[in-house]
Design a protein around this ligand. Structure first.
Ligand SMILES: Cc1ncc(COP(=O)(O)O)c(C=O)c1O
Length: 485
C-alpha cells in the first residue's frame, strides 16, 4: 500500500515515510492510494475479536508487512493498549434513560481522552521507526487540550524524540495544562501561548509556516502527530469497527453514531470505516457553537467565522482540517478538485459545495450545533437520571443525538464520549450546581499532577514562530552535542 497527497503533488511514498513526514510535501494530507474493502463475511469473522486483535486485522490492511512485520505490529499494539485501565480498552455503557443508546467510553487511557487511542500507537510507531534507523526527530503539535497531554505522555523520555506541545494559554483547563507541564521529562517542551484569538487554529498556522521553512524543517527533522498524520486517522477507524461489532446482533444491522467534532479527525476515521464496508447508517456530526462542520453539512458552505468560547473547549475549533481528507474520498478521489478548493478557501475564507459534490459529502450524515445551555443540561439531566457523568464533549454528542433521534430510522445509537469529566471540573460544578465534585468527576492522574511543579515555556502568539525557531534550534543543538560528544 502506497500513500499519496490528497492535493496530488509529489510521488507516492511508503507507509513509513507517510508517518514520519506528517504532512505531504505539497502541504496536502497523506491518504492511502485506495481504501481497502471489508466484506460482511470478514466482519462476521471479526465479531468476537479483542480490541487489540481487531486493530491488528484492520491495520494490516494499511501497512505492508515488509515495513512492519506481523510480530512487530502485534507487539506495538499490545504495548500501546496495555496501559489502558479497562481490558476492553473502550467499553460501551448503555444509558438507562434513553432507549437503545450507548456511550462508547474512549477515555480509559493514561491521559483520559480519546487522543490516547491514536497516540498510544502512533508515538510508539514513530519511535520504533526511528530506533530502527538510528535517527531522532522533533515532533510538534498544537492542542486544544487533549492531543498535547497524550503526545507529551507517550513521547516522555524517548531518546528518539523531542516533543514540542503548543497550547493556547487560558483556553484549556488547568487540569489539561498540568497533564503536559508536570511530566518532568527533558525531551518534552510545553509552550503556553498568549493572545490566540482563534485558539488552537492560531497555533496550526505557525506549525504550517515552520513546515514550509524547508531548511529549518530538514535541520530539525520536523514531524507532527496532530491528526494531519495518517497514523492517527488510521488507528481511529478501529473503535468504529469495535463498537459496531460489540452491539450488532447480525452483521449489516444499521447502527447510528454521534461524534463530538472539532478538526474532524475522529469522524473522518469513522467515515473511512464506513466507506470500507462498516454498516453505520447515520453519523451525527455534533458541533458546539463553533459550527463549521454543521454549516457544511446543512448548507454546503465551508466558511471561517470568529471563535466562541464554550464549555466543550477542546472542540472550539474553526477549521476542521481533516475535512479535506474526507472530501478527497467523498467526492471521487480527484486531487485537482481538492487543490482547487483548498486554494479557494485560502484566498477567500469560504467555499460552497454544490450539486453532486454536496450530495456525496453529506450522504449518511446529519449534523447539529449544540448550545452551551444544552451541553450543561445534558450533563445535569443524565447525571440526575442515572448517576452517569458525561464530560462536556460526550454531552455535546448526547445532546445532538437527543435533538435528532426522532429523525433517525429505528436502530441502536452510539454516542462517543471522548474525555473523562475529571479534565473539566469547573463545567461539572456548574452543571451539577455544586462545589463538591462527585467521585465520578475525579481521577487519580489529575489529582497526582497537582502535586508536581509545572515546567513550561511561555510566549506571545505574534512572536511565536521566531521564538520557536530559536528555542527549538538551541535545544536540538544541545541535545545532539550531548548525545554525540
Ligand atoms: C475531548 C475531545 N473531544 C472531541 C474532539 C474532537 O476531535 P476531532 O478534532 O478529531 O474532531 C477533541 C479534539 O479536538 C477532544 O479533545
Amino acid at each position: 500500500m502506497q500513500y499519496i497527497s490528497n492535493k496530488g503533488g509529489g510521488k507516492p511514498v511508503d507507509f513509513e515515510t507517510a508517518i514520519l513526514d506528517g504532512f505531504a510535501a505539497d502541504g496536502g494530507l497523506y491518504v492511502p492510494e485506495y481504501l481497502p474493502k471489508v466484506s460482511k463475511e470478514q466482519l462476521k469473522e471479526w465479531a468476537n475479536l479483542s480490541y487489540v486483535d481487531l486493530a491488528f486485522e484492520i491495520l494490516s490492511l494499511f501497512i505492508d508487512r515488509s515495513i512492519v512485520s506481523e510480530s512487530e505490529l502485534r507487539h506495538l499494539l499490545h504495548n500501546a493498549y496495555g496501559t489502558f485501565s479497562k481490558e476492553e480498552v473502550i467499553p460501551l455503557h448503555p444509558l438507562k434513560s434513553r432507549s437503545q443508546t450507548y456511550i462508547m467510553e474512549l477515555f480509559h487511557g493514561p491521559t483520559i481522552s480519546f487522543k490516547d487511542i491514536g497516540l498510544a500507537f502512533l508515538v510508539n510507531l514513530v519511535d520504533f521507526f526511528l530506533q530502527r534507523r538510528n535517527e531522532r526527530l522533533s515532533i510538534i503539535v498544537a492542542t486544544t487540550g487533549d492531543t498535547g497531554p497524550a503526545t507529551a505522555y507517550y513521547a516522555a523520555n524517548k531518546p528518539s524524540l523531542d516533543a514540542w506541545v503548543l497550547y493556547p494559554k487560558d483556553k484549556i483547563t488547568e487540569e489539561q495544562e498540568r497533564q503536559m507541564t508536570t511530566l518532568g521529562a527533558s525531551n518534552v517542551h510545553p509552550v503556553g501561548v498568549y493572545n490566540c484569538p482563534d485558539g488552537g487554529d492560531d497555533l496550526d498556522v505557525v506549525i504550517a509556516n515552520l513546515y514550509a521553512n524547508q531548511s529549518f524543517k530538514e535541520k530539525l527533522r520536523l514531524s507532527s502527530v496532530n491528526s494531519i498524520n495518517w497514523g492517527r486517522v488510521m488507528m481511529q477507524t478501529v473503535h468504529y469497527f469495535y463498537g459496531y461489532l460489540q452491539l450488532a446482533e447480525e452483521t449489516g444491522e444499521p447502527i447510528h453514531m454521534a461524534i463530538p467534532s472539532g478538526a474532524f479527525g475522529n469522524l473522518c476515521a469513522g467515515s473511512l470505516a464506513r466507506m470500507m464496508g462498516l454498516p453505520v447508517h447515520t453519523f451525527i456530526c455534533a458541533n458546539n457553537s463553533n459550527a463549521c462542520l454543521h454549516r457544511i453539512f446543512s448548507t454546503g458552505i465551508f466558511s471561517k467565522q470568529d471563535i466562541i468560547e464554550t464549555p466543550s473547549s477542546a472542540i472550539d475549533i474553526l477549521i476542521p482540517y481533516n475535512f479535506w481528507r474526507y472530501l478527497y474520498f467523498a467526492t471521487g478521489q480527484h486531487p485537482q478538485k481538492i487543490n482547487r478548493w483548498m486554494q479557494e478557501f485560502a484566498n477567500n475564507g469560504v467555499i460552497e459545495f454544490q450539486g453532486d459534490d454536496y450530495a456525496n459529502l453529506k450522504r449518511g450524515f446529519l449534523s447539529y450545533s449544540v448550545t452551551d445551555k444544552q451541553t450543561i443540561e445534558s450533563i445535569q439531566k443524565t447525571y440526575e437520571a442515572e448517576e452517569y457523568l458525561l464530560d462536556p464533549h460526550g454531552a455535546v454528542a448526547v445532546a445532538a443525538a437527543d435533538a435528532l433521534r426522532d429523525t433517525l430510522p429505528e436502530g441502536k445509537l452510539i454516542c462517543l464520549a471522548t474525555a473523562h469529566p475529571a479534565k473539566f471540573p469547573a463545567v461539572i460544578r456548574q452543571a451539577l450546581d455544586t462545589q463538591t465534585l462527585p467521585q465520578a468527576a475525579l481521577h487519580e492522574s489529575i489529582e497526582t499532577a497537582k502535586k508536581y511543579c509545572q515546567q513550561v515555556r511561555l510566549c506571545d502568539q505574534p512572536y511565536l514562530e521566531e521564538a520557536l525557531i530559536h528555542a527549538m534550534e538551541s535545544n536540538w543543538t544541545k541535545t545532539q552535542e550531548a548525545l554525540y560528544s
